[in-house]
Ligand binder design. Structure first.
Ligand SMILES: [Zn+2]
Length: 344
């Protein structure tokens, strides 16, 4: 990217009320069949326009094409029975009824490739597309077949690689893998989590990103955060290996979080999507607040590698709040661009 401090979002934006119930995570579609396809495309256009009006540099579909950031992808795979549900603990934090892996997993046809082509047709700006990461996928399922988290993660990595190669061919500039599970299962991350992620990006020429956050602003996550103490050092566990990995960009939660900014030193050399917007509050940041977080990050991230971003997705927020936060992100990044241009 030629522009300094290119802005983007971590992923989701609110959906219009005619597509799914607003201000609610993972709410079901209100349309079906052909109407749903058309509705998702219309919503994608609105999400794109919203980002463009706010001056966001790297745009996305705002995840208008999926109900859930993990299960919508899994729904398209063979080997997973969505009728057969088991209750499991997600990221050691909350119980959820999840589908069961009943046989070998495979991808019969592309999942998001047509949606990505549609987005590509609408803009010449760089586009980013999000997929779930292998470790977060296995943590959202009950495995009655492989009986091994690692084995299942490798199978998903192969499937993700097929999808990613087709997204790249569709013109996606940055493919992002969402791996909130990297903040929880530290031994597995280092044993095989990062290795499976590298399998998912194998052979790609486009840029690749991993998004690691403390989750949406839902109660289970905010309660968990209260138990983490005054310093959140979770990133410290995965960073050394990620710094050595082939992943180009690392997307992190920073604003209003207790992550010590100096941890970013551990990934020096990587491009960093610095979360400068808190998605767990309706309070809209001022440009100066955004700039403050970016300024702090600049101590540990070189300016040409700093990508101002949101902490996580904004799907549960109102459209008005999300829009305000996009504007704040742009305005905050612009303040820092001016400072850098003036040699501060
Ligand atoms: Zn997130």
């Amino acid at each position: 990217m030629k522009i300094l401090l290119p802005t983007s979002t971590a992923g989701s934006l609110p959906k219009p009320s005619w597509l799914a119930e607003p201000e609610k995570l993972w709410s079901p579609w209100k349309l079906q069949d052909d109407q749903l396809i058309e509705g998702k495309q219309d919503a994608l256009l609105l999400a794109l326009q919203e980002q463009q009006h706010a001056g966001i540099d790297i745009v996305s579909d705002g995840e208008q094409t999926r109900q859930h950031f993990v299960t919508t992808f899994i729904e398209h795979l063979n080997g997973v029975d969505f009728e057969k549900r088991e209750t499991v603990r997600i990221r050691n934090r909350y119980d959820a009824s999840v589908p069961t892996v009943v046989g070998a997993v495979s991808r019969q046809k592309p999942v998001f490739v047509e949606d990505a082509k549609f987005l590509r047709q609408q803009t010449n700006q760089p586009i980013k597309w999000a997929l779930p990461g292998p470790m977060t996928m296995i943590d959202t399922l009950y495995d009655g077949h492989y009986k091994s988290r690692e084995k299942l993660a490798w199978e998903f990595a192969k499937i993700l690689n097929q999808e990613a190669r087709e997204l790249e061919a569709a013109g996606v500039d940055i493919i992002q893998f969402d791996e909130p599970a990297f903040n929880v299962f530290f031994d597995e991350v280092n044993d095989w989590g990062i290795a499976t992620l590298e399998k998912a990006i194998e052979g790609l020429k486009c840029e690749t990103a991993v998004h690691i956050c403390y989750g949406y602003g839902i109660k289970a996550n905010t309660d968990w955060k209260k138990t983490l103490g005054s310093e959140w050092r979770q990133y410290e566990e995965a960073f050394p290996k990620l710094q050595q990995s082939n992943i180009d960009l690392i997307s992190l939660e920073c604003h209003n979080s207790r992550v010590p900014m100096d941890l970013l030193e551990l990934i020096r050399g990587k491009k960093v999507m610095v979360g400068a917007i808190d998605v767990a509050t309706n309070t809209i940041e001022t440009a100066e607040e955004v700039a403050g977080t970016l300024r702090a990050a600049l101590q540990f991230v070189d300016a040409d590698k700093l990508y101002p971003c949101t902490n996580c997705g904004m799907a549960p927020l109102s459209r008005q709040v999300a829009s305000g936060k996009l504007n704040a992100l742009s305005a905050g990044a612009e303040l820092i661009r001016k400072e850098l241009a003036n040699g501060h």
